[in-house]
Design a protein around this ligand. Structure first.
Ligand code: ADP
Ligand code: ZN
Length: 435
């Protein structure tokens, strides 16, 4: 079995990667300056020309770009090649507003295939595997991104796309799929329906799962692994950069290796824009250095993470980023305290609940109120009212001691919350509707 898809890159020395990055950055900056009026204007107003960018060390001189820039130039304003050279369009899933559109040349699709192929090989996949893809194929990047990667390593792809979970399970079982690609919340739902159909993990042959596109905790990972009988790997990406495969996890499961030969990552202070040293938490910023059609410069993701360059037991030298705990926009501010949904998820699962939960935030008498709604099993639900109240109280206590603020808990009957086949909706912030 191969350990790496492209060992010459994945285990390259720091100097090799830096030299590659510098050369590619210089070329990309010139490319966008010459072909995208938006970047030229932005660089001009920042007083920078392509001649000022001679290596990775000059990266900080370039202006940032952000989602609003993509919306303002919708649909094709940031494309750096003529449309006739674009062979594919994708759009973001629009979690946080109007959708944005990105394009790929044939060369860009090749790079993307390589990125996802690295993720699959790191998860132990090869041409012997049957890869079941339940990420959406719509305009979302998940489905076709995984598809490209699976084809690249010569695996057998099963392009199921999302939805119709019973059918998904029949296919998993009948086709003998060995690798599953979908969002972690959908993986958990598949496990749930498997159980409802009277089946267990022994009726399917999954060995590995590549799950991403939304934040998820290690506690949720253990739950998926146990229920589906596989090893679960994280994968990170976003439409604006390329799609899934910007960073991928290895068997160590302690963060994702960034495909640094294609994307340069920086961590910044979201308030000041200042670049933070490795090991410090901040907003992740990416620069594409190999793409032709849609290379973004210093793109602010709003995702919060930490990057570090240590040695990894897998032998890869590519730097690692932590699982993003969510976007700066997902962070809730409750009575002045910062709360990430992932913190709540950790407590729920540690206390033996499922990841079927929702956080409802409201405001009454100028005070923020939080209600954590979580489903419990049928056995527990049929317990006495007294015991249920006690369970709820215990959970409230545990949440309070972790978050530092009081929240209310509501225990729900199984199957009350709507299941997502893509990205789960974790927060309903009613305060936003009031503003
Ligand atoms: P949208 O912005 O409409 O949701 P995308 O599909 O491009 O569209 O989503 C990319 C975003 O999904 C990332 O910026 C990040 O917030 C989230 N994401 C992707 N992969 C992961 C992951 N492995 N862990 C946490 N969040 C992720
Ligand atoms: Zn590793």
């Amino acid at each position: 079995m191969h350990r790496y898809y492209q060992p010459e890159i994945e285990t390259a020395s720091r100097e090799t990667i830096r030299a590659l990055q510098s050369e590619r950055l210089v070329r990309t900056v010139r490319h966008v300056y010459e072909n995208v009026p938006f970047y030229r204007a932005k660089m001009e107003s920042a007083g920078v020309t392509p001649d000022d960018i001679r290596s990775v060390d000059d990266l900080h001189r370039l202006p940032f770009s952000c989602k609003q820039d993509l919306r303002d130039t919708y649909p094709y304003g940031l494309f750096a090649v003529p449309l006739k050279d674009v062979v594919r369009l994708h759009a973001s899933s629009g979690t946080t507003g109007k959708q944005i559109v990105v394009g790929y040349t044939r060369h860009d699709l090749e790079i993307w295939s390589d990125c996802f192929a690295r993720a699959l090989v790191a998860a132990g996949a090869s041409d012997e595997d049957i890869v079941h893809i339940s990420y959406g194929y719509g305009l979302f990047t998940g489905g076709l991104g995984a598809d490209l990667g699976a084809q690249r390593i010569g695996a057998t792809t099963v392009p199921v796309s999302s939805g119709n979970t019973q059918r998904q399970i029949t296919i998993l079982r009948d086709f003998g799929s060995t690798v599953l690609c979908c969002t972690p919340s959908y993986a958990l739902h598949i496990a749930e329906v498997l159980e409802e159909m009277g089946l267990t993990k022994d009726d399917i042959r999954l060995r590995a799962g590549i799950f991403g596109a939304e934040p998820w905790t290690n506690e949720m990972r253990r739950q998926i692994e146990q229920k589906l009988g596989l090893k679960a790997f994280d994968i990170y990406g976003l439409t604006e950069i390329v799609g899934p495969g910007v960073a991928f996890e290895c068997e160590e499961q302690t963060g994702m290796h960034v495909n640094e030969d294609n994307f340069i990552v920086e961590v910044i202070d979201p308030e000041t824009g200042e670049v933070l040293p490795e090991g410090t938490q901040g907003e992740l910023v990416f620069t594409c250095i190999t793409k032709e059609a849609f290379p973004v410069l210093r793109y602010r993701t709003r995702d919060v993470g930490v990057v570090s360059r240590g040695t990894c037991s897998c032998g890869r030298t590519l730097l690692k980023m932590t699982k993003p705990r969510g976007r700066t926009d997902d962070m809730l501010i409750i009575r002045g305290v910062n709360v990430f949904p992932s913190q709540i998820e950790t407590v729920l699962i540690e206390k033996g609940y499922t990841a079927n939960y929702q956080i409802v935030v409201d405001r009454a008498n100028n005070t923020d109120l939080v209600e954590v709604q979580v489903e419990i099993s049928r056995e527990i639900f049929s317990d006495t009212v007294k015991n249920l109240t006690k369970k709820g109280r215990e959970l409230e206590e545990a949440l309070k001691s972790l978050l530092g603020i009081a929240v209310k808990v509501k225990l729900l009957e199984p199957n009350t919350l709507t299941r997502s086949t893509g990205k789960a909706v974790r927060v309903v912030d009613k305060r936003k509707l009031l503003d």
